[in-house]
Design a protein around this ligand. Structure first.
Ligand code: AMP
Length: 351
């Protein structure tokens, strides 16, 4: 057990790290953030900050030396340099990161565990793309295998005819068929150091322009019927990775059952509602899990919960939200409200 008073290292300096650090502070832990960008909203609320590139093994080693356990809030960290962190100190493991940061590996892994992703094909050349589109069908989406998030690194392919006119954005891509879904939902779980597994209720998620706009509970009946199968897959994936901490899997609910979209080896935007909407938040349970402490109850505390993201200029609504009784506003402290940038969120509970 890593007891309160110890130092938790967080790789990544964004809002997820900020909310992890706040939850850790409540339990008496200190956090030390490692991030390449000097502007870190996580470092602002943490006891320590190392600003250095992901590739700097020396700095990673020095950082790990002052931490009792190291976790991450960002999945696009290069895995190679993480060897500088002593084995056993990194939780979840680098293997979970390796699988989750590559869309192709992630889909293959989900398949191996009995899941069903959208039909997909590896694409490294124009010939591959033509073969992929004729095999998988169009419309579909061409995605970069790595570094894509919030709909970035994605190109819609409407028809086979379109392929010739396309200029490939490099190699290391994956083409996937468009899924006709009725809704989207996520499975958010926490797995303890001893393998104990707990799930939060699954929110139904609405995306706008590839970015999560809203998570709400309870999910519709159509989603609720698919949650058991989705949980089983997510639980198997977590067990196969010997995962410790919070893990999120996103799914499409379709007429033929859940289709796996992607996994995040970390706390997730669709779990922000758990701060006020559950007995124990995803952030607190992640801290508890990586410290080997007893896990908290994941039960939902209200009949209805809705979490809305404040993206870009939505932040201008902050004062109005504060004037609203029962609205729980979270602002991430980012200096500039660029379009598409997640600036905060608001959670509302209902009877
Ligand atoms: P991703 O970053 O892959 O999760 O994509 C962001 C959002 O784009 C998803 O949550 C969906 O709303 C949409 N999307 C991505 N891939 C597909 C697909 N194969 N079929 C339908 N919608 C998709």
């Amino acid at each position: 057990m890593i007891l309160p008073g110890a130092t938790i290292g967080i790789l990544g300096g964004g809002q997820l790290g900020r909310m992890l650090a706040l939850a850790a502070a409540q339990l008496g832990y200190r956090c030390h953030v490692y991030a390449p960008d000097a502007q870190s909203v996580a470092a602002e609320v943490s006891a320590g900050f190392t600003c250095a590139p992901w590739s700097d093994r020396n700095m990673l080693g020095n950082f790990a030396a002052v931490c009792d356990v190291v976790t991450f809030e960002f999945e696009n960290i290069p895995v190679g340099p993480l060897v500088a962190i002593p084995p056993g100190k990194l939780s979840p493991s680098a293997r979970a990161l390796e699988v989750a940061q590559d869309r192709l590996k992630e889909k293959r892994f989900a398949e191996q565990q009995g899941g069903r992703p959208a039909p997909f094909a590896q694409v490294d050349s124009m010939e591959d793309l033509a073969t992929a589109v004729s095999r998988v069908g169009a419309p579909g989406i061409l995605k970069t295998r790595r570094d894509g998030y919030d709909g970035k690194g994605q190109w819609r392919v409407e028809s086979e005819r379109e392929v010739e006119a396309l200029r490939l954005p490099g190699s290391d891509l994956v083409y996937e068929g468009l899924v006709h879904f009725t809704s989207e939902f996520s499975v958010i779980l926490v797995r303890g150091a001893g393998g104990e597994l707990r799930f939060w209720d699954s929110p139904e998620n609405v995306h706008e322009n590839g970015i999560l706009a809203r998570s709400k509970l309870p999910a519709s009946e159509a989603v609720a019927g698919q949650v058991p199968a989705a949980r089983e897959l997510a639980g198997r994936m977590a067990a196969a990775l010997d995962y410790v901490g919070v893990m999120t899997c996103e799914f499409f609910a379709t007429e033929t059952g859940p289709v796996f979209n992607e996994m995040a080896p970390r706390v997730h935007n669709s779990g922000h509602w758990t701060i006020e909407g559950a007995e124990t938040s995803q952030f607190e349970n992640h801290i508890r899990a990586i410290c080997g402490m007893p896990l908290g109850d994941t039960a939902t505390v209200a009949a209805r919960v809705a979490m809305d993201n404040l993206v870009g200029s939505d932040i201008e609504r902050a004062a109005r939200i504060l004037a609203e009784p029962g609205a729980h506003l979270h602002l991430y402290g980012k200096a500039e409200a660029r379009p598409g940038r997640k600036m905060g969120h608001v959670t509302r509970l209902g009877r």
